[in-house]
Design a protein around this ligand. Structure first.
Ligand code: GLC
Length: 743
């Protein structure tokens, strides 16, 4: 349809039909099947009349060609104007092929890798009938206590957030949404959701506008500039007003300043929750606040359905806003080609041959390997030496549950386990013992399902724990090296999974301590969705490979890496704290007037732990040994129109070939507001042959030196700067230059 035809359609709609387009509910209601497993929020019956039900505009988390067709057919059979439903979902890290969780993907520092994962995910889910994906989540995340750091593609850095946001939006949407394999991207959560106080989900967010613009806004801005079709509001308040009804955020920043013309959807029930926040006095006011702020779709609440009509009758301005919202919704449906074909890119035949096809699975494994971060490798314990007896111990050795908490559509039955793969490759060299459960029953009880009930219990735990440890110790005695696969339960990370401790579970630490008494080399494969506190166990471990929740091909990807068939290249996008007391800890902090120094008293420090992070932002080892030997600037004074060419010499002093992520940071030594001690401004992932020496170049220009000043202007100021280049944010070569603005 053309724009005029869309407007004509809008004019044919009754006010009830218009308001219906602004409502989204869980789509299983049309299937009368129990899909509570797909629930992503509190269980609720919205009590929508049948008439209203067949006027809604979109459904949540119905994917799969047959199911989508069934729901669309059922809906259209009772829709007066035959306006097709939009199918939106949380395909956060893949549809049938589960890719690594987003924080892991970000550790690849490779936009090509992220693009390819996103494109496969978009192809799988679009031929399965999805039209919109609630991804990427680009919330800057600094606090490891927050369960949703696992979803943050850019981690603690605004620049990474911008680069990855743009990459993913373009990969989902391509050039033409109605093209097979493309989806509309709904970027979330606007805004500053990652700054929830104390890392507690849904909690208060309060910050200066300058802080917001400097750190939290850039990734959303990049997503909008990349053409994101939708944005989702966040659950938190910003400076006293819930994001979902925050006119400063939505109207002033998102619509007027950033020029966003797409659809704004609330998060799950967030319009209704403005009552609990103590902002809306009642449901009718919640509807008024949200429509005035500019929310186009009410996700999983009946506030719009039950109150917008009355408001329209009372206030013409509200009816105009309803018309604007519905026009945006119809425009997206039209871009997706749904008026010509209500099934969109859905293709049952293609679905049968494309989903989880071997080529994509092999590709997924290679891409997954780029997300692993080698945190420690004492005495070159990795890769595993040939012909050694290996004791495989831990609850993640023989476990297919390694796909993360947002992988509800993936087919876990297709996941191999680390044990399977080792048996296949070097079966005669491996011994196995479970060693312990992931969690003790008490911890398990704290993980609740959507209806607030504990998950399945761990049976007869007491004596079993003793037996498991004893058998693991006996098994390890017969081996040369111990390979431990431990970590969080996947349901300890993600939404509503904030934790006040971020260490490994006690029973797992007990296993490590027992096994360390054997004084054999011990290697840890770590499964987790957040930075973990390792300071109490790190000394006992010879190597630590961070694999996050690696998804469908994770087991194969891990074993190949352990055997040296692949070389780790991942780098952290979130700092690992010394312990939970240090949260939030991040690299791009301010210096303070008494910069931390562990040997002085009157400085900004903790008495009981070192002040620097345990593992820094940008950190990750390789089987190679990269030496940064020379740093050269072609000039040391520039004005606003000039650039500096930075050249760094790097040598791979090893027999291995591998990739290194070369990172460039800048520090503005003083400014009209204090400036961070370092800011990532560029990075390059470079391949090195054995013993290869490379010169890697970067350009510094005025754009890299701009920041938000006190008057909320985005400016660069004359002054001195430091430039740092290295393989992480701490071990760097440095030099200086000066900016002399000519104006
Ligand atoms: C959830 C999440 C959001 C998700 C939405 C729909 O509460 O906050 O990220 O996309 O609901 O499932």
């Amino acid at each position: 349809m053309n724009q005029k035809e869309i407007e004509d359609l809008l004019n044919k709609m009754t006010i009830e039909e218009k308001i219906g387009q602004m409502v989204q509910i869980a789509g299983d209601i049309f299937l009368s099947e129990d899909t509570n497993s797909m629930l992503t929020g509190p269980l609720k019956d919205l009590h929508l009349s049948n008439e209203k039900l067949y006027q809604i505009g979109s459904v949540l988390n119905i994917v799969g060609a047959e199911r989508v067709k069934k729901v669309q057919d059922e809906y259209l059979s009772k829709s007066r104007l035959k306006i097709p439903l939009l199918f939106m979902g949380d395909i956060i890290n893949g549809y049938k092929i589960a890719f690594p969780i987003p924080i892991a993907q970000g550790c690849s520092w490779n936009t090509k890798t992220i693009k390819e994962m996103t494109e496969i995910s978009a192809m799988e889910s679009s031929i399965a009938g999805a039209n919109v994906n609630f991804s990427p989540m680009v919330d800057l995340s600094r606090d490891a206590r927050w369960g949703r750091v696992m979803e943050s593609i850019g981690g603690e850095d605004p620049y990474l957030g911008e680069v990855y946001a743009k990459t993913m939006v373009k990969a989902y949407q391509g050039k033409n949404l109605s093209e097979t394999g493309k989806l509309a991207s709904c970027v979330k959560h606007i805004a500053a959701y990652g700054a929830v106080e104390a890392g507690r989900d849904y909690n208060t967010v309060d910050m200066s506008e300058r802080e917001f613009r400097q750190y939290y806004l850039p990734a959303y801005k990049a997503a909008i500039e990349a053409g994101a079709e939708m944005l989702m509001t966040s659950f938190n308040i910003i400076n006293g007003v819930p994001s979902t009804v925050n006119r400063w955020l939505i109207q002033k920043i998102i619509r007027e300043e950033l020029g966003f013309k797409g659809i704004i959807i609330s998060d799950y029930g967030a319009i209704e929750e403005t009552i609990a926040h103590g902002y809306s006095a009642n449901e009718k006011e919640a509807a008024k606040n949200a429509i005035y702020a500019g929310v186009d779709i009410d996700l999983m609440s009946s506030i719009y359905a039950n109150h917008l009509k009355t408001l329209c009758l009372e206030d013409k301005e509200i009816e105009n806003k309803v018309n604007e919202s519905v026009l945006r919704i119809l425009t997206l449906k039209n871009k997706l080609g749904l008026f010509e074909n209500p099934y969109g890119n859905l293709d049952e035949e293609k679905e049968k041959i494309y989903l989880m096809n071997p080529i994509n699975l092999e590709k997924a494994k290679q891409l997954t390997q780029e997300t692993f971060v080698l945190l420690k490798n004492r005495n070159h314990s990795l890769p595993l030496q040939k012909n050694k007896k290996i004791a495989l111990i831990g609850p993640y050795i023989d476990n297919i549950g390694i796909t993360g908490s947002w992988s509800m559509f993936s087919d876990k039955s297709k996941n191999s386990t680390i044990l399977d793969v080792f048996k296949e490759k070097i079966g005669n060299q491996v011994l196995y013992a479970k060693g312990c459960e992931i969690l003790r029953q008490g911890e398990f009880n704290k993980i609740l399902s959507a209806d607030g009930l504990p998950l399945i219990q761990v049976k007869n735990e007491e004596q079993k724990e003793e037996e498991l440890i004893t058998s693991a110790v006996e098994t390890a005695k017969n081996a040369d090296v111990i390979l431990l696969a431990l970590g969080e339960h996947y349901r300890q990370t993600g939404e509503a999974c904030s934790r006040s401790t971020i260490s490994l579970p006690e029973n797992q630490i007990q296993l490590i301590n027992k096994l360390s008494e054997l004084s054999k080399p011990m290697i840890l494969i770590l499964f987790n969705g957040r930075p973990i506190e390792l300071n109490t166990i790190e000394e006992k471990l010879d190597a630590i490979l961070e694999v996050w929740f690696p998804g469908t091909t994770g087991a194969k990807a891990i074993v190949e890496m352990l055997l040296g068939e692949q070389n780790p290249s991942g780098k952290l996008t979130m700092s690992f704290p010394q312990n939970v007391g240090q949260c939030p800890v991040y690299y791009n902090h301010y210096n303070t007037g008494r910069p931390h120094n562990n040997n002085l008293r009157y400085v900004s420090r903790y008495q009981d732990i070192p002040t620097e992070s345990f593992y820094p932002f940008g950190y990750g080892l390789s089987y190679c040994n990269f030496k940064y030997t020379e740093l050269y600037l072609n000039k040391r004074k520039i004005n606003e129109n000039e650039t500096i060419i930075v050249t760094v010499k790097i040598e791979n002093q090893s027999e291995y070939a591998g990739h290194e992520v070369v990172q460039l940071y800048i520090q503005d030594l003083y400014g009209s507001v204090v400036r961070p001690v370092k800011e990532l401004k560029a990075f390059k992932k470079e391949y090195f042959k054995p013993h290869e020496v490379k010169y890697v170049e970067f350009y510094i220009d005025i754009e890299m030196l701009k920041f938000w000043n006190e008057k909320l202007e985005f400016v660069a100021e004359s002054g001195e700067f430091k430039v740092f280049v290295g393989g992480d944010s701490v071990n760097v070569l440095e030099d200086k230059f000066e900016l002399i603005m000519s104006l």
